[in-house]
Design a protein around this ligand. Sequence first.
Ligand SMILES: Cc1cc2nc3c(=O)[nH]c(=O)nc-3n(C[C@H](O)[C@H](O)[C@H](O)COP(=O)(O)OP(=O)(O)OC[C@H]3O[C@@H](n4cnc5c(N)ncnc54)[C@H](O)[C@@H]3O)c2cc1C
Length: 400
Amino acid sequence: MKDVDLLIIGSGPAGCSTALHLARLDPSLARRTVVLEKAEHPRHKLCGGGLVPDVDTILTNLGLDIREVAQVDAAWARLYFHGRGLRLQLRDIAFHVVRRCEFDAWLAARVRDCGVLLQTNTPVTSLRRVDGGYLVETSRDTYRARVVVGADGTKGATRRAIPADYGAIARVVEVIIPPPRSPAPEPLPPDDEALFEFRNVTAGVQGYFWSFPMLVEGQPMRNLGVYDSRNVGTAPLAGALTGFLADELARHGVRLADCKVLGHPIHQFSARSVLSAPHLLLAGDSAGADPLLGEGISLALGYGELAARAALDGFQRGDLEFANYTRDVHRSAMGRALRLRCHASSVIYRLRHPSLQRLVWWYLRPIVRRFIHGVLFNWARPAALQPAPLRSALAADVVA
Ligand SMILES: Cc1cc2nc3c(=O)[nH]c(=O)nc-3n(C[C@H](O)[C@H](O)[C@H](O)COP(=O)(O)OP(=O)(O)OC[C@H]3O[C@@H](n4cnc5c(N)ncnc54)[C@H](O)[C@@H]3O)c2cc1C
């Protein structure tokens, strides 16, 4: 039996961000923290890999340089309905596209650089509330933790430890292919542009088709997929999501049969969900991703900071009930952006008539642009001072 103060389950962006923020806020608590990860980095994670500007802001605040990870810059993002609509430039929401296996491995390496113990190949097999914390069993050891941060993603077990979960489950299907060469009815955008096409909202898809440029081992590739939030009403989608993907691919000259299709759910944020229990904090997808676009990486990093601050505050005050964590998440700049995205998704995905979708994407462009730029994104604030590089929690111990 191993006793730890803080146990982080999962080393995706949420778990790594929690550890990195702890290392910055309180190296001594970081030293009493263990991160448990069931896989070995670099590990596969199904994801479009699109990083919005808030990711840059949070990582820069941590003294990290995202440019160390191979990426493609999408200088433009098209938000279209039937091939026409809004074209946003880099300063709005256009973004970098990374491979998640590489991005997450880089983050995990930065966690280890700080001296935080990250143990891979260690799946958590059970989580049980005991006096003063949680008993966490893994394939190797049993831990008694005073605080657990559940950063184990959509399919993880920690969110089920809190029954008040109202977040819907979005479905996503994705393929990665070389840029199509054959002529197509609608060519994909050029290599420096990302596409979000909302045509299928009129057919009941509560989301969009995307095309992101990306690099796989130095080769230009395309990441294409369909996101369906299913957070409006209870009716199931008429038809398989892969059917919608097949139609979109055909428009761009690609046969579904020539692609390897992968799918994964995304647990969404709900303004009604409870995100903590005594001795337990949720972060990242286990707390809930964005229901509008399915964007979750910047949020996972943002949750990590909030969870680290809550844990630190709890230890300092000797109160590990975390009664205010849900409220604090909601009141944070990230929480406000998340709640707005919930409202926006329930409005936009309800507008199934083509004339209403045309109104949004073709005619209300200045309003949509301002909403996206000023309200939905850019919630993470740059640090007032240039951040110092992250110190190793072990080195800090020696200095202290
Ligand atoms: C197809 C698809 C496309 C997406 N595209 C984008 C995009 O372009 N941009 C964007 O911002 N977001 C995107 N998302 C969402 C994004 O992937 C998630 O929001 C993000 O990964 C959440 O990070 P996380 O750290 O909370 O969870 P995860 O990244 O899922 O990490 C959880 C970690 O916990 C580990 N774990 C799980 N169970 C256990 C256990 N029992 N014991 C130990 N470890 C465990 C896992 O191995 C994993 O490393 C997409 C999602 C999907 C499915």
